[in-house]
Design a protein around this ligand. Structure first.
Ligand code: GLP
Length: 242
């Protein structure tokens, strides 16, 4: 089932999304949060950090598993997703560092690393709430448009359009890694709850395609139509074509 919540702008959308995560942690202090990177969740993380600083939120029993990581990047590299998470959330709240998980981009053995990550998610008992952003081409995590859906954590070749979109964070296109380790569609669908956040006019078409178009691996996020508990939080602009 899909529930749609609209915020008037980016900040309002971020506040609503943070409130959902706030509620999850309050109701289940030892929950497993699936976390995402990209520019969209930054506002959500800022709101959560504020709640923590006010003393309203306690991350001490929370465990997190991130969706993806660039292959080849070390956590100390400021373009890695581990670095992003440390900067935007982990270093500002009382989550235990050992309870934060991101695929290890430095492990050259893709099969081993992806297997380890799937095993980890299983050992944790699965994800209670999965936060997702939406790529311009409908990707979630780094599940790019393809002929079929990949179930488990796997190594992907990033598409030209994703490399281009993500090059805004790098000094040149050549520096953007071309591969990543990402949770698969199966991992994402197994989360008990999914919170998809979208912002801006540029996402309006893909949001409409995701939720009203056919379910196809060509628009990976369209599979979310089959999940029983999806909350879509967006600003007016991103939801304008729904
Ligand atoms: C990246 C991430 C995704 C993210 C997407 C959208 O490629 N791997 O997890 O959802 O970008 O990013 P943004 O929110 O910046 O549009």
């Amino acid at each position: 089932m899909l529930r749609v919540l609209e915020g008037k702008d980016y900040n309002d959308m971020s506040r609503i999304a943070a409130n959902m995560i706030f509620a999850q942690i309050t109701l289940q202090p030892g929950c497993v949060l699936g976390l995402a990177t990209g520019s969209t969740p930054i506002g959500t993380y800022n709101h959560l950090v504020e709640c923590y600083k006010k003393g309203d939120l306690d991350f001490s029993q929370v465990t997190s598993v991130n969706l993806d990581e660039y292959r080849g990047l070390n956590g100390t590299n400021d373009q890695s997703y581990r670095y992003f998470m440390n900067e935007h959330l982990f270093h500002h709240v009382n989550i235990k560092p050992e309870n934060t998980h991101v695929p290890d981009g430095t492990n050259p053995d893709a099969v081993k690393e992806c297997g380890r990550y799937d095993q980890l998610i299983e050992t944790l008992g699965g994800v209670d709430l999965q936060l997702l952003g939406l790529g311009n081409n409908g990707h979630i995590g780094f599940n790019e448009p393809d002929d079929n859906f990949e179930k488990g954590t796997h190594c992907v070749n990033l598409t030209e359009s994703t490399i281009k979109a993500n090059s805004r964070f790098f000094s040149s296109m050549e520096e953007v890694p071309t591969q990543a380790y990402t949770m698969g569609i199966g991992n994402i669908l197994q989360a008990k709850k999914i919170l998809l956040i979208v912002s801006g006019t540029a996402k309006a078409d893909i949001v409409r395609e995701t939720f009203t178009g056919p379910i196809t691996p060509r628009v990976p996020a369209s599979i979310l139509q089959l999940h029983k508990d999806v909350i879509l939080v967006g600003d007016k602009a991103a939801l304008s074509k729904l």
